[in-house]
Design a binder for this molecule. Structure first.
Ligand code: MSP
Length: 503
């Protein structure tokens, strides 16, 4: 069985989970669910990034020790993901022992390879980014280009990772792996960073206590990004001498990474260079998302424009929220989060299209077919629409384009609504003609439930049961399950309440 190991970034615990975090995690969840439908052996990882200066300062501000502080916030991420129906197979915290062991192993390997050396660093540092900046990268007044906050001047003895040695090796690797980063224009950004010249980066701090000590010099703790990136390997057993962990690493590595555009440098430049140095296989791929903006700015704790996803669930339902996040922005580009946008997507796509289709079908089957769903016709006029919905949905997920995938799935909903309107079964006398139309519509709904399930899993399961099917929609296997003709007929269709009451 093909294995598919998918990761999200691990989130800083200096803030509670917000819409920006939910955005990346929901996309990861939908992608993981899609690959499970394809029958792949999926391992979906998310987690929290708990070391570094930013967290240490946040803990101090809260009057807590760093450990107390992270122990309070990390479960809030776990709870949020549970409430958003995120199907992660594991959750890594960088304060776990399994992580420390693996980080130290990775550091040691790069050190033994001669790619980590001691040097003195003086420069301007943005604590929010946990990143040094050169003068020409800063905005006027020495402001961080991302956070628009003053940077701090640091001078200390650091160990450096000799990134500058990796330019050719990275360019060669990317040339040999076209399409490793999607969308393509984000891949070009990464190549641009590599071509513009690579500076060594510091991988340790002496001024900081909150982190993982270097295995060969415990006056230094590992730089938070070196520590954080390793999570993708430590979570699946890297660095452990337990044979079960080693087998797990063998099985799952390399990973596919979902990241935001702000962390391309770390993931597509630093990380592959670290892996090359350590002699470890490079990632299987990267998908890079844009930002979800609110009022034109990246939503972040630092900018103070945070939307709490959990408030939105209360109002729009988990699936209403998930659907909006997936359908409304083109992955890779920035998207703008608006309450109006959420309401209008909810009303048009969920209440009017999907909700209305289910309720019409259930009502007519109740009235004209004694509540028993008829079987579809083999030569239904909807069969082509179903086949192209499958093609379009599969192609879009393969390119990590959730909005296009949903557009393709929803095309079948629209075709089915139009088919009902053209045939007006609600006006006809019960009989074979009505049965034929309703069997076709039920079959279309069955296929829609499967294709939509990565995005709206609970809704899909609900549709599945309402049209009389048993078992879990998520246990269906594509492409077979999407072939026309799978609805058995002769099962009870339940009228039920509206799926998505209009707002
Ligand atoms: N801890 C690092 C990642 C380490 S991964 C080895 C970090 N954490 S973060 O919590 O600040 O952000 C994690 C990811 O969430 C980033 O890719 C970032 O782009 C994404 N998002 C945070 N805010 C976002 C939006 N407003 N919109 C979309 N994504 C956003 O960086």
């Amino acid at each position: 069985m093909t294995s598919y190991y998918l990761t999200t970034p691990i989130y800083y615990v200096n803030a509670r989970p917000h819409l920006g975090h939910a955005y990346t995690t929901i996309i990861g969840d939908a992608l993981a669910r899609w690959h499970r439908l394809l029958g792949e052996d999926v391992h979906f990882l998310t987690g929290t990034d708990e070391h570094g200066l930013k967290i240490q300062q946040a803990a101090e501000a809260a009057g807590k020790t760093p450990q107390e502080f992270v122990d309070e916030i990390a479960p809030q991420f776990q709870d949020a993901w549970q409430r958003l129906n995120i199907s992660n197979d594991d959750f890594i915290r960088t304060t776990e022992v399994r992580h420390r062991i693996g980080v130290q192993e990775l550091l040691q390997r790069c050190y033994d390879a001669g790619d980590i050396e001691l040097d003195v660093y003086a420069g301007k540092y943005c604590v929010a980014c946990e990143e040094y900046y050169a003068d020409d990268e800063l905005l006027e007044g020495d402001l961080c280009p991302i956070h628009k906050r003053p940077v701090e001047y640091f001078e200390e003895e650091n160990y450096f990772f000799r990134l500058s040695r990796f330019q050719d090796r990275l360019l060669d690797w990317y040339a040999a792996h076209p399409g490793a980063i999607v969308p393509e224009f984000r891949g070009n950004e990464a190549l641009g960073l590599i071509r513009s010249g690579l500076r060594d980066f510091s991988v340790s701090r002496t001024s900081l206590q909150w982190g993982i000590p270097l295995p060969w010099d415990d006056k230094h703790v590992a730089y938070v990004w070196f520590d954080a990136l390793a999570n993708y390997m430590t979570a699946v057993g890297f660095g452990s001498d337990d044979p079960a962990d080693q087998a797990s690493f063998e099985k799952w590595w390399p990973a596919r990474h979902l990241i935001g555009k702000d962390i391309i440098r770390h993931h597509c430049v630093y990380w592959p260079a670290m892996l090359l140095s350590a002699g470890i296989e490079l990632p299987a791929g990267w998908a890079v998302g844009g930002w979800l903006l609110s009022g034109g700015e990246k939503m972040s704790k630092t900018s103070g424009n945070v939307v709490n996803p959990l408030d939105l669930i209360d109002e729009f339902g988990v699936d209403g929220f998930r659907y909006y996040v997936l359908a409304d922005t083109t992955y890779g580009q920035d998207g703008d989060f608006t309450y109006e946008g959420l309401t209008s997507r909810y009303n048009s796509d969920l209440a009017n299209n999907l909700g209305n289709l289910l309720s019409r079908v259930a009502t007519v089957v109740g009235k004209k077919c004694d509540g028993v769903g008829p079987a579809p016709r083999a030569d239904s006029p909807l069969a082509d629409a179903a086949a192209s919905a499958w093609d379009g949905t599969a192609a879009a997920w393969a390119e990590v384009q959730p909005n296009r995938a949903l557009e393709a799935t929803w095309s079948l909903i629209r075709a089915t609504n139009a088919y009902l309107e053209a045939n007006e079964p609600w006006k006809a006398e019960p009989g074979p003609a009505v049965d034929a139309v309703m069997g076709d519509a039920l079959e279309a709904l069955r296929i829609v439930a499967i294709l939509a399930s990565p995005a709206v899993p609970a809704t899909s399961q609900h549709v599945w049961e309402r049209i009389g099917l048993t078992g879990q929609v998520g246990d269906q296997r594509l492409p077979d399950a999407a072939r026309w003709g799978g609805y058995p007929g002769g099962v009870s269709v339940v009228k039920g309440d509206p799926l998505f009451p209009r707002k």
